[in-house]
Design a protein. Structure first.
Length: 225
């Protein structure tokens, strides 16, 4: 992140009406960002829930068809029709969750900047703020999780990671079924499925890493720690 030159702080005005108006403007923007962040989180939960419902319905449908056909050619045809659609929904959900997390980070940046403005108007309130008033990466993480660094367990429990894991499993199963349809032996079917799953994991992880790195590279904090 590039650090911009220092800016002139928002100083208290001798006119109480001016200070009250400033605080009102800041509070209005703060509530607007809170409402937008709430909608973003609702979309994250909704999209994740919809995808899990699609996966559950696909598993149930495949189970019923397998019982009726005994994993024969009819089962493979049905699986090759259903699994690509499920995978497509999963990939779309994953991409949208990554973008939603980035949008949520921007909203946190905005609220941290507003808290910085509050403290410029009333510096004596700083001990009462639990979240950060800095808009750099440590400040954003402080507001997100009340710590300066996020552990591996926190990252692995995120919605994009969960959806991504399900996506790579579906991709691997689909590849194994394609291998079976092509007449490959069981060992090669398993190997093909494993390779496709690992390739999918690498592609999804690399895509998320590139988006985060782009954000870090292009963003310029106004109030670094």
């Amino acid at each position: 992140m590039q650090v911009p030159p220092p800016r002139r702080p928002l100083l208290m005005d001798d006119n109480a009406a001016v200070n009250s108006q400033r605080a009102q403007f800041l509070a209005t923007e703060h509530w607007s960002l809170l409402a937008t962040r709430s909608m973003t989180w609702n979309e994250i939960f909704s999209r994740t829930g919809t995808f899990l419902t699609v996966v559950s319905a696909t598993v149930v449908a495949l189970s019923l068809v397998a019982q009726a056909t005994g994993f024969g050619a009819d089962f493979r045809v049905f699986a090759l029709l259903v699994l690509p659609i499920t995978l497509l929904v999963g990939l779309g959900t994953y991409f949208r969750l990554i973008e939603a997390d980035i949008e949520d980070a921007w909203l946190v940046v905005g609220m941290n900047r507003l808290r910085h403005a509050y403290l410029e108007l009333a510096p004596e309130l700083e001990p009462y703020f639990l979240t950060s008033h800095h808009d750099d990466e440590p400040g954003v993480l402080q507001t997100y999780s009340f710590r300066s660094k996020v552990g591996v367990s926190h990252l692995l429990s995120g919605s994009p990671v969960i959806v991504g894991i399900i996506d790579l499993v579906i991709a691997g199963v689909l590849a194994a079924i394609v291998g079976q349809a092509l007449g490959l032996i069981a060992e090669l079917q398993v190997l093909l499925g494993l390779l496709v799953a690992l390739a999918t994991a690498a592609l999804l992880g690399n895509m998320a890493r590139r988006r985060v790195n782009q954000l870090r590279r292009d963003y310029r904090p106004q109030f670094p720690s």
